[in-house]
Design a protein around this ligand. Structure first.
Ligand code: DGT
Ligand code: CA
Ligand code: CA
Ligand code: ZN
Length: 576
């Protein structure tokens, strides 16, 4: 199996954690950590570097690591990794996923208390035995219990970004089966929900048996959970489950609609059918007492029977889409091609991995006309936040680059920390020097809902703040949002003319799309931001697009669909 640089980086990072867990030489641990980071942010083409044996030219990659990377690239594994994995029980490795429990502590639990599963760890916590262990204590024991609970709650779900890649590859493979006439992805993946339970594939065929035989023997399948005449379930190498259902061509549009869901949307559709004296299910649409079949060649035809416009899958959540489709007032959802530029990108000035110039080129290459730079502010010491002097220096460099570069314009911004009391990290005379100011929270997450809401509203009431970033601070499947009254924040943003970003990082996808309609009703704009920390980091906007569409956003509501002049005018007007 061929691995790309991010997959390789993941293995190297895991390697670092496993070595750390075993108590190996810290320099070796750090070397793997470093290499993982370097690969993640690599701007050169990895295939080329490997083909030309130039990996060791990269700072932080020695001969040994170069060999490992080359092997991972070609075979998806390497000896030392396999041996290391073998030397540690599965359950101990699984403990690494518990938030707040680092590799060293997992190592201690394993060696000192012989704990080899999460269940055992939970028992020991409940018996108060972890608190007594040196270096742990009551607080740490409580944190571990909370962590275990969250691992359990999140297990079995996957990020939509990962599910999308897996589903697209699976669909391609399924379509290659000769017996397959039509195939589509349905379920939460098609609806672009931020986390996904499993992948649903729907197939039209005359020969379901042949499709089932083909499906369960695909190379990416690691386990067959069930194989039936028209339905099978498997586990893919990514650990994601996939269901496949095979029906006739006549049934296919109904099956696709039904298994796209959501359940709530299906319930609404079925009750609409009832009002028309019809019955709608996964096999068809039937009229009257004698259940006369009403043929539909595709989903649009099904909606049309009820006088509805075609409802894009992202909107099928029973959140007003039926009414809008009946009134012909569905939104024209924003598309990737509508983006004129992006804001919210980090550089080597703070914790980004690429220089201003590299980021500018990368943005231009992706067809953007502008790139808004927003490094961290001075309180974000962990992320190399900028001193006032560094801000001046960056602004001079941006001015020079803008004179030199064609086809791309850099904008001067900052991601300014919101301090605990709701004040900002720089004085107003500094904030004034930026084209735009992003405010966000990176510290002091444990506050009550009303304190947190007050803190955010205070910050965005500063007239220099143009954008609120990742408004809930959540990390999908790892960290819950901090408690905050989003409705109040949106109302405050409306009053102040502040936009709320959709952070496109696959683990954030924060704004929650469920607030989209509310925001537009109050006239609050959004932005689809990459929060890029490397050149590749710009590509995640495609996930943000999915979420924006799910939130009903049209291009008029998305600030980075504006041309640069309109955008700057918008920010200037807002400041006044
Ligand atoms: P997931 O997999 O948990 O991320 O979410 P979905 O939406 O993909 O759910 P899944 O895979 O269980 O089922 C796919 C779709 O099939 C679901 O969105 C709606 C439809 N469906 C499944 N079970 C039912 C049901 O009991 N009633 C109705 N009305 N629809 C159902
Ligand atoms: Ca599903
Ligand atoms: Ca399913
Ligand atoms: Zn950021």
């Amino acid at each position: 199996m061929n691995m790309d640089k991010h997959q390789i980086a993941n293995v190297l990072a895991e390697m670092a954690a496993l070595l750390d867990l075993k108590g190996e030489n810290p320099f070796k641990v750090r070397a793997y950590e470093n290499a993982a980071r370097v690969l993640d942010g690599l701007s050169q083409d990895l295939d080329h570097l490997i083909a030309r044996k130039q990996l060791t030219d990269i700072k932080g990659i020695g001969a040994n690591l170069a060999t490992h990377i080359t092997e991972l690239h070609a075979h998806g594994t390497f000896d030392e990794y396999v041996q290391l994995r073998r030397s540690i029980p599965e359950g101990v490795v699984a403990m690494l996923a518990i938030p707040g429990l680092g590799a060293k502590k997992v190592g201690t639990l394993w060696k000192k208390l012989k704990i080899t599963t999460i269940d055992e760890l939970e028992k020991m916590c409940r018996a108060g035995k972890i608190a007594k262990l040196e270096g742990f204590g009551e607080k740490s024991q409580e944190k571990i219990l909370k962590g275990i609970e969250s691992v359990r709650r999140f297990s079995g779900r996957h990020l939509v970004s990962e599910a999308h890649v897996a589903a697209a590859a699976l669909l391609d493979a399924v379509k290659k089966c000769k017996a397959v006439l039509r195939a589509e992805v349905g379920g939460s993946v098609r609806r672009y929900v931020e986390t996904v339970g499993d992948i649903d594939i729907l197939v039209a065929t005359k020969n379901p048996e042949a499709v089932m035989d083909y499906f369960v023997t695909l190379p990416d399948v690691t386990q067959v959970v069930a194989k039936g005449a028209t339905k099978s379930s498997v586990v893919l190498s990514s650990g994601i489950n996939a269901d496949l259902r095979a029906v006739t061509e006549r049934e296919f549009p109904f099956t696709l609609h039904y298994f796209t869901g959501s359940k709530a949307h299906n319930v609404a559709m079925r009750s609409l059918a009832k009002q028309h004296d019809m019955k709608l299910n996964e096999y068809g649409l039937f009229k009257g007492k004698d259940e006369k079949r009403i043929p539909c060649k595709d989903e649009a035809a099904i909606f049309a029977v009820f006088g509805l416009d075609f409802i894009p899958p992202e909107l099928r959540e029973d959140m007003g889409e039926m009414e809008a489709a009946a009134k012909k007032s569905l939104p024209r959802l924003v598309e990737q091609g509508d983006l004129k530029g992006v804001l919210h990108a980090h550089t080597t000035y703070s914790d980004g991995r690429a220089s201003l110039e590299e980021m500018a080129f990368a943005a231009k290459k992706r067809g953007f006309a502008y790139l808004g730079i927003s490094d961290h502010s001075k309180s974000a010491a962990y992320a190399g936040g900028l001193s006032v002097e560094q801000i001046h220096q960056q602004h001079r460099e941006i001015d020079q680059l803008n004179k030199k570069l064609t086809g791309i314009r850099l904008l001067k911004g900052i991601e300014c920390d919101i301090l605990a009391d709701g004040s900002l990290d720089y004085s107003d005379d500094i904030l004034e020097t930026f084209d735009f100011v992003i405010a966000s929270i990176h510290s002091k997450f444990t506050m009550t809902e009303s304190e947190m809401t007050k803190r955010i509203c205070a910050a965005i009431s500063n007239p220099h703040v143009d954008i609120l970033a990742h408004p809930t601070g959540r990390l999908l499947l790892t960290r819950d949002p901090y408690p905050v009254d989003m409705l109040k924040v949106i109302q405050c943003a409306a009053k102040q003319g502040v936009a709320i970003e959709i952070n496109s990082h696959p683990q954030r996808l924060d704004l929650d799309w469920r607030w989209g309609q509310q925001m537009m009703a109050l006239g609050v704009k959004t932005l689809i931001s990459p929060d890029a920390h490397s050149t590749d980091g710009l590509d995640v906007v495609r996930f943000g697009i999915g979420i924006a569409r799910k939130g009903w956003f049209e291009k008029e509501d998305v600030l980075n669909c504006f041309g640069v002049d309109n955008l700057l005018m918008h920010f200037q007007r807002h400041e006044k």
